[in-house]
Design a protein around this ligand. Structure first.
Ligand code: NAD
Length: 507
């Protein structure tokens, strides 16, 4: 059944208005062909929030056909670039008007603190504004040629893109994917994580309200193993942009290779945070705390391996642990809450399992290390911010991504040695350096094998800065001008305008 495309999710008094969300195919809200649904939860309370239409393969096929038709025969890619840019700005404008609603639904569906949701939704808005501007100046080149010849590169959208995203930044990840793709003129099918589908669906509806034509943005809530897999293998899909775990990324790369799809992979991390002896202590403590515990540690670039110079170790750790214990967990809507909940019971058990493994391997749990039962939120999923010391490089907690509020801490004595240890990981996404020596900052930054190096800064991403990994953290950069090229082909148009006809064979 088809319904009006956009409607608000909350009432004027902030109550949830919609208890069911459909998928969006070809500009229409539709129930799946089989009529299947699944429940989505508030992880802070464990309560059911809404039911969601569950896409199956035949729904995915309809979405592919709609996106293909919009790309092959539609007007979006043919619009003057200024018109596409205006629509992207309009998306941002509507998101601003509906800011409170988006924040509310993001907090309810992800359990993150209201402060974190506000920052992330602001960034999602700015992503649309950034690409509205960036696409206008993004053009091909005229190349040097022998006399009589003329060559230019024409940038063309790559086609239909499947965009598969995780649950940790539901609307921000959707914006990172949709904004550059549609700015470039592509059509997209976005598959949100099953745990957090609501704001990705709302964002799709907003795209249509802003004037994106039917079929250009389609949203398919459903299982990764069913609809994700179907899209990745589909011959009519030209590109897959994936953000998620490294094992899923490897699986997608293998399957996408069968049809030689273009792919971008933003995967997991185990990012080092190096505190040198000359660091500004207050800045390093505060920044390292944010670096691991923001978004409750459920962040791909969480700086989850801390290296502290031995000469400042005692002082630093005393302050770091004291501040960790001051972090407030609780009602995500309370403005004083620093850390929201863990996304699911399964994730909570995974985190606790890692901490138990560290205990059994002989590490010290300096603080935290336990599930929390918060008053009034007993059915939610809560974990204490955890600091683990006395670790050895072979421990699982040192090697593997935990994706929770858990940091492991090691001492170091020498710059060369800490660079080698920081790089001793299969991942290469983020990293941070705390030092007041600019020469050292540059020297170390250039030797760290990671896509992002933060120097005396807790923040890793702003619209315009490249975001992406080295090694098994994936490849391709998002959030920057260059991302547009990941959604475009450079066509070389080579012409001859010389006076005499060319006759290479001379016959
Ligand atoms: P996940 O890999 O389990 O799932 C990500 C998405 O892929 C979901 O939408 C899921 O349904 C889908 N999926 C699962 N199996 C699939 C398959 N076989 N084929 C196609 N799609 C499939 O990851 P997650 O648990 O949702 O997210 C956490 C992971 O995401 C962490 O490893 C984290 O580091 C990573 N992440 C990376 C970045 C980055 O920019 N590098 C950003 C955020 C999260």
């Amino acid at each position: 059944m088809e319904k009006t495309i956009t409607s608000e999710a909350i009432t004027e008094t902030g109550e949830m208005k919609r208890k069911h969300y459909d998928m969006v195919i070809n500009g229409k809200r539709v129930a799946g062909a089989a009529g299947d649904t699944f429940e989505t939860f508030n992880p802070a309370t464990g309560e059911v929030l809404a039911t969601i239409a569950l896409a199956q393969e035949n729904d995915a096929e309809k979405a592919v056909q709609a996106a293909r038709d919009a790309f092959d025969h539609g007007k979006w890619r043919k619009y003057p670039v200024g018109k596409r840019s205006r629509v992207l700005n309009r998306i941002a404008e509507i998101m601003r008007q509906r800011f409170k609603e988006l924040v509310k639904m993001e907090v309810l569906n992800s359990g993150k603190s209201v402060g974190a949701a506000q920052v992330q939704i602001n960034q999602a808005i700015e992503d649309f504004e950034f690409y509205a501007g960036a696409i206008v100046g993004h053009r091909g080149k005229v190349n040097n040629m022998p006399y009589g010849f003329f060559n230019y590169t024409h940038k063309e959208p790559v086609g239909v893109c499947a965009q598969i995203i995780p649950w940790n930044y539901p609307i921000m990840m959707a914006a990172w994917k949709i904004a550059p793709a549609i700015a470039a003129g592509c059509s997209v099918i976005i598959k949100p994580a099953s745990l957090t589908p609501i704001t990705a669906i709302l964002l799709n509806e907003i795209c249509h309200e802003a004037g994106v034509p039917e079929g250009v943005v389609n949203t398919l809530p459903g299982s990764g193993a069913v609809v994700g897999d179907y899209l990745v293998k589909h011959e009519a899909i030209n590109k897959v942009a994936f953000t998620g775990s490294t094992p899923t990324g490897k699986d997608i790369m293998e399957k996408a290779s069968k049809t030689l799809k273009r792919i971008t992979l933003e995967l997991g991390g185990k990012s080092p945070n190096i505190v040198f002896e000359d660091a500004d202590m207050d800045a390093a403590v505060a920044g390292s705390l944010f670096g691991i515990f923001f978004n409750t540690g459920q962040s791909c670039e969480a700086r989850s391996r801390m290296f502290v110079h031995e000469s400042i170790y005692e002082t630093f750790m005393e302050q770091f642990i004291a501040k960790t214990e001051k972090l407030q967990l609780g009602d995500p809507f309370d403005k004083t809450t620093h850390l929201g909940s863990i996304i699911s019971k399964e994730q909570l058990e995974i985190i606790d399992g890692y901490v138990q493994s560290a205990r059994e391997a002989g590490a010290t749990i300096a603080t935290g290390g336990k599930k929390l039962h918060l008053e009034g939120l007993e059915n939610g999923h809560w974990y204490a911010p955890t600091v683990i010391t006395d670790v050895t490089p072979d421990m699982k907690v040192v090697q593997e991504e935990i994706f929770g509020p858990v940091v492991v801490v090691e001492k170091f004595t020498d710059e060369k040695d800490v660079i080698q240890r920081a790089n001793d990981t299969t991942y290469g996404l983020g990293s941070a350096i705390w030092t007041t020596d600019q020469g050292r900052a540059t020297r170390v930054a250039h030797q760290i094998q990671a896509g992002i190096v933060m120097v005396n800064s807790p923040f890793s991403a702003f619209p315009g800065t490249p975001f992406g990994g080295y090694k098994q953290s994936g490849f391709g950069r998002e959030l920057c001008v260059e991302t547009l090229d990941l959604y475009m082909e450079d066509k070389s148009v080579l012409a001859y305008y010389g006076a005499k006809p060319i006759n290479p064979f001379g016959v």
